[in-house]
Design a protein around this ligand. Structure first.
Ligand SMILES: Nc1ncnc2c1ncn2[C@@H]1O[C@H](COP(=O)(O)OP(=O)(O)O)[C@@H](O)[C@H]1O
Ligand SMILES: CC(C)(COP(=O)(O)O)[C@@H](O)C(=O)NCCC(=O)O
Ligand SMILES: [K+]
Length: 237
């Protein structure tokens, strides 16, 4: 059994797979790393991406000590599972982005855009031949709204709907933050061949999906899929 763990800055997502099927999945807050695994889960390999810092890594390490397998921490590298990293210093690329890029390329085998819309939003470009081209990082939808609410006297943090043009404050904020995300996605998409698929993952993906056009699809398990791809390859992390 493979156990795959994606530790983001807000939530830890995890799932287990028997090399044929996903058998279960769950998530917990990154502030309280507590994994709920079935008793007697016979795990042969644990592959994890962690962008939430060393304290979270240590907590997971402690939590999973009873399992027979050690945690293998994925780090981006020059090449992995057929994908070549654009960063001259690959270890600087977030392991979650790297896993998502690996999964996206294996899924599409075409030019594609990978959007991870979580605490931060990351956009990555991948070419059909497996070359990662880089991308961009911007505050996630929640962070955008939070920063507006925190730095102003009267802007609300929640509510509102996408309306062009908006005619009330809540809608104006919701619309502005979504347009900022879409602007980054569309600008990066224009660097690829016209109809390249856009793979959206992360907690805010459902909010972006209806605005991203027909090339876009929601891939809730993209990062875990990439971790599985790594786990089922022969190489250690
Ligand atoms: N239905 C949802 N389930 C979970 N998170 C959601 C949902 N809708 C919006 N979110 C937001 O998505 C964020 C978590 O997304 P996620 O991709 O797990 O982030 P990260 O990888 O940075 O931890 C939460 O902070 C929350 O604000
Ligand atoms: C950009 C990120 C903070 C996104 O984290 P997340 O929103 O998934 O919690 C993470 O991928 C990260 O720390 N990356 C390292 C810097 C980089 O990718 O260039
Ligand atoms: K993200």
């Amino acid at each position: 059994m493979y156990l795959l763990i994606d530790a983001g800055n807000s939530r830890i997502k995890y799932a287990w797979h028997d090399s044929q099927h996903w058998l279960g999945h769950d998530s917990c807050s990154t502030d309280r790393p507590q994994l709920m695994l079935p008793p007697n889960l016979s795990v042969t390999r644990i592959v994890a991406s962690n962008v939430a810092g060393s304290a979270v890594a240590e907590a997971l390490q402690t939590e999973l000590t009873p399992l027979a397998a050690p945690i293998e921490w994925l780090k981006a590298s020059a090449e992995r599972c057929g994908v070549r990293c654009a960063y001259p210093d690959p270890a600087r690329l977030g392991a979650d982005r790297w896993a998502a890029v690996i999964a996206a390329w294996h899924r599409t085998r075409s030019d594609c855009l990978v959007v991870c819309a979580g605490t931060a939003t990351t956009v990555d470009l991948v070419r059909a031949d497996g070359q990662h081209l880089g991308g961009c990082i911007l505050p996630g939808l929640g962070l955008m709204r939070e920063s507006l609410a925190q730095s102003t006297a009267s802007l609300p943090e929640t509510g509102g709907e996408f309306r062009l043009p908006a005619i009330n404050t809540a809608d104006a904020i919701a619309t502005g933050c979504l347009l900022a995300q879409l602007g980054a996605i569309n600008a990066q998409h224009q660097q690829l061949s016209g109809a390249a698929p856009i793979l959206l993952t992360g907690g805010h993906a459902p909010a972006l999906l209806p605005l991203c056009g027909t090339q876009a699809s929601h891939q809730p398990t993209l990062i875990l899929d990439g971790l599985l791809q790594v786990a089922t390859s022969e190489l250690p992390c």
